[in-house]
Design a protein around this ligand. Structure first.
Ligand code: HEM
Length: 413
């Protein structure tokens, strides 16, 4: 084994996403593949290595993508067992051939047709939220706008009433902490019960659509099954469990981190305000520069190597896309935010290969409308000074705890 690879990187804490970019840069340059001794994970930080691993699902399986970083304590396991919690993953931790079979069906129900049809509803949801904050003059953009909007959009697609938003958002946040966080046994227990409730909700949803069909994603899946598609009720409920998490949490984070990034890159913000046709390119650059999911997991199925470093069979691997996205080997002046960058879309923020994010079109569409409306209504928006933004303690989701903004309305005329 490469001596350099064996060495623990100094000051590297896999769960600390508060200010990771400087450390990632150092790692890309000095230790692009090494084993974190605290967790045993192999950390991979260069773009080419990450992309190659995503692309080789035979050697690097996603089976550990949803594994809890800290295994559930015995009392928590009992709560989940008693509550009939059986789901592990809807898609992201499934492997072929199951993954191929279920993804094909999910994709057919989740295509651009549904996304296009929902555009007017997205505009109305965003309008409602921005009108509300406009009357206030300032707000916490994270909790008052970005938190709810993607969930309301997704719920419309899933045919779920708006009143359930707080409940599902809470379950999703709990799932993030249980799977990707660093919780003590005591902290795990209440969340284990929430996972039981969340799973029951997904199963009840499938049962309800079998009784009374709607015009939504679960109904599409149930109907496909009735027409002979090879998918079980449990697998459809598993998809709900997946999408009711993946389909809003990440977009909430993208919107929030975008505001933080654009407020500190005023030229880019002003350029978009003056010319909204820059929004698609700016969206790619924001995804590259501050991705919602900064890292994702794979497991080596055989003895192999990454970037010349030997990797043993069974090794857990952390692909740090947030680092690969700032790799100078691919992006010129990669640490600079530049909405005119020509190859920003080569970012790895939606993954790559057979698990590439199924909701990327929806996420970009929602985000594009949000940015268009924000720049049109609040061109003088600014971050409230003196705030200390903290980020969720976990390995994958770079979620800020607040984004306090002054909408700058008095300066408008
Ligand atoms: C900014 C928003 C989003 C980001 C950054 C994001 C990112 C990702 C990433 C990194 C993966 C793993 C890819 C891999 O393993 O190669 C993924 C998978 C997935 N995403 Fe997203 N996502 C976003 C929005 C959404 C939305 C809106 C939905 C659904 C409506 C969604 C549904 C999924 C699903 C179901 C998978 C698993 C796909 C599979 O394993 O085949 N995502 N996403």
């Amino acid at each position: 084994m490469n001596a350099q690879a064996k060495q623990q990187a100094a000051d590297f804490n896999i769960f600390d996403l508060s200010a990771p970019h400087a450390k990632w840069k150092e790692l890309r340059e000095d230790q692009p593949v090494f084993q974190d001794l605290e967790t045993g994970y192999w950390i991979v930080t260069r773009h080419a290595d990450i992309k190659a691993i995503f692309d080789d699902w035979n050697t690097f399986s996603s089976e550990n993508a949803q594994a809890p970083m800290r295994p559930m304590c015995d009392a928590g396991k009992q709560i989940m067992k008693d509550g009939g919690f059986t789901v592990y993953s809807g898609l992201s931790a499934r492997v072929p051939p199951d993954h191929t079979r279920i993804r094909k069906l999910a994709q057919s129900a989740f295509g651009p047709r549904r996304f296009k049809a929902i555009q007017p509803q997205i505009e109305a949801i965003i309008d409602r939220h921005l009108s509300k904050i406009s009357a206030q003059g300032e707000c916490d953009f994270f909790s008052e706008v970005a938190y709810d909007v993607p969930a309301l959009v997704l719920f419309a697609l899933m045919g779920i009433p708006d009143k359930d938003v707080p409940k599902v958002k809470d379950w999703a946040a709990s799932r993030a902490l249980l799977t990707w966080g660093d919780l003590s046994d005591e902290e795990q227990l209440p969340l284990a019960q929430k996972m039981v409730d969340y799973w029951k909700y997904c199963r009840d949803l499938v049962a309800a659509r079998k009784e009374v069909p709607g015009d939504d994603f679960p109904t599409d899946m149930v109907q496909a099954q009735a027409e002979g598609a090879d998918i079980t009720d449990e697998e459809i409920a598993g998809l709900m469990y997946s999408v009711l998490f993946a389909g809003h949490e990440t977009t909430t984070t993208l919107m929030s981190n975008a505001v933080i990034t654009l407020m500190s890159n005023r030229d880019a913000w002003d350029a978009i305000c003056a010319d909204p046709s820059l929004i698609p390119a700016a969206t790619e650059e924001i995804l590259r520069f501050e991705p919602s999911i900064v890292s994702w997991r794979r497991r080596a199925k055989v003895n192999t190597e990454i970037g010349g470093v030997p990797i043993p069979e069974g090794a857990n691997i952390l692909l740090v896309m947030g680092s690969g996205n700032r790799d100078d080997a691919v992006f010129e002046n990669a640490e600079t935010f530049d909405i005119e960058r020509k190859n920003a879309r080569n970012h790895l923020s939606f993954g790559y290969g057979i698990h590439f994010c199924i909701g990327f079109q929806l996420a970009k569409m929602e985000f594009g409308i949000m940015l268009r409306e924000l720049t049109a209504r609040f061109p003088n928006m600014a971050m409230k000074p003196g705030q200390q933004i903290e980020y969720l303690n976990n390995i994958s989701f770079r979620v800020p705890n607040q984004v306090m903004v002054d909408l700058g309305l008095e300066k408008k005329q």
